[in-house]
Ligand binder design. Structure first.
Ligand SMILES: Cc1cc2nc3c(=O)[nH]c(=O)nc-3n(C[C@H](O)[C@H](O)[C@H](O)COP(=O)(O)O)c2cc1C
Length: 369
């Protein structure tokens, strides 16, 4: 599946892609196996966002993709947060949890919700999900939120996976490269969804934009391939990413309104109505900074400086509010991830979108010649 010369970056050639385009993994039910299949068949790299799936559901998604395409695809997980230690993200300080619960009380009252019983631990499923990946051996494994253990990386490598870590700064990219990543996804601050930042963990996250981050990472990591992510919505953005030295572009928000996305109707409507200044970086939904629609919940919690539990505990605290807000059709209280490029989003099928992206990239490059 060979594309034109501009499209045959070393990374695209290594992964057998016609286009240097990666459909971003979007865990939590936005990306779907149908999306990954359509993107792979159209010559891009499709991805499965597995982080929130149960292990057997992840296996089923992987097999569903493999059944419909022989093209390479990626599976993505979140690097595990430290689990279990007192005061860690998985076992937060009870006083902090109580303050975070207090901060949600006005919204629970508004939605008619009683305060839920909370689990004592807030772990994630990384080990069980990794075991599935190692058995199913996808061509590409990508991850975000940090470094993986040496053991996990060498097992993934033994399973034949090409390894892509996520960085939001040069220091994070260098740490990933030292740890053995084959390529680094440079996530600029325009990006929708969670920030992949992991150095430092607790401060306000670094917000380096894609245009500044990509060439700095390219210079720091050469010859390791860098993938540009954040704010790329059309072929102009892909041409710009290639000009910065990226070997592929990873697009998330651009796929959120496609036919194959499982984006709920309220979320689609919020994206369709969004302006360039309509997003905010907030940790009030999950405890990890993420870019989403600047709705009432995000703005009020920011203004109040509301208490937040660490990820993933805050996500567990917000869960009942989210479910009730969805049931009561309250977009003002919903976690609606979106990147700054959302107004450029299109309602197309994934194959048509990839075709348009490739054509537009070609046109943008031709204009520059
Ligand atoms: C709804 C949504 C969910 C996301 N989930 C994941 C994920 O599970 N894993 C991951 O590595 N990145 C995830 N991301 C981030 C993307 O990989 C990528 O960095 C981002 O979408 C690029 O910016 P853009 O949205 O402007 O295209 C998500 C992004 C969005 C919008």
């Amino acid at each position: 599946m060979i594309g034109p010369r501009w499209a045959q970056t070393p990374l695209a050639a290594r992964l057998g892609l016609r286009w240097p385009i990666i459909q971003a993994p979007m865990a939590g039910g936005t990306s779907t196996p149908e999306m990954a299949i359509a993107c792979c068949e159209a010559g891009a790299l499709g991805s499965i966002g597995g982080a929130y799936l149960a292990p057997e559901a992840l296996r089923a998604q992987l097999r569903a993709v493999r059944e419909k395409t022989s093209r390479p695809f990626a599976v993505n997980l979140f690097a595990p947060e430290p689990v279990g230690a007192p005061g860690s993200a998985s076992a937060p300080d009870p006083a902090q949890l109580a303050r975070a619960q207090d901060a949600l009380r006005p919204f629970r009252e508004e939605l008619g919700l009683a305060e839920p019983q909370l689990p004592e631990r807030f772990g994630n499923n990384f080990e069980a999900l990794l075991a599935v990946v190692l058995e199913e051996r996808p061509a590409v494994f990508s991850w975000t939120f940090g470094l993986l253990s040496e053991g996990a990386l060498s097992a993934l490598r033994d399973a034949g996976c090409y390894l892509i870590g996520t960085a939001t700064t040069v220091a994070e990219g260098v740490a990933l490269a030292r740890a053995g990543a084959d390529a680094v996804c440079a996530q600029g601050s325009e990006a929708g969804g969670h920030r992949g930042s992991f150095l430092p963990l607790d401060n306000f996250p670094p917000l380096v934009g894609t245009l500044a981050l990509v060439p700095q990472l390219v210079d720091a990591l050469a010859p390791l391939p860098v993938i540009a992510a954040g704010g790329i919505m059309d072929g102009r953005g892909i041409a710009a990413a290639l000009a910065l030295g990226a070997q592929a572009a990873q697009l998330g928000t651009a796929f959120m309104r496609t036919a194959e996305a499982a984006t709920p109707e309220l979320h689609r409507a919020a994206l369709a109505a969004l302006r360039d200044d309509g997003t905010i970086i907030t940790h009030h939904f999950t405890g990890r900074y993420a870019r989403g629609v600047a709705n009432r919940f995000a703005l009020e919690q920011a203004r109040r400086g509301a208490a937040v539990a660490p990820f993933p505990a805050q996500q567990a605290l917000y869960k009942d509010v989210r479910a009730a807000a969805l049931a009561q059709r309250r977009p003002d209280l919903l976690q609606h991830w979106a990147g700054q490029g959302a107004p450029l989003g299109r309602e197309l099928g994934c194959a048509e979108l990839i075709e348009a992206l490739a054509r537009e990239t070609e046109e943008a490059l031709a204009r520059l010649r």
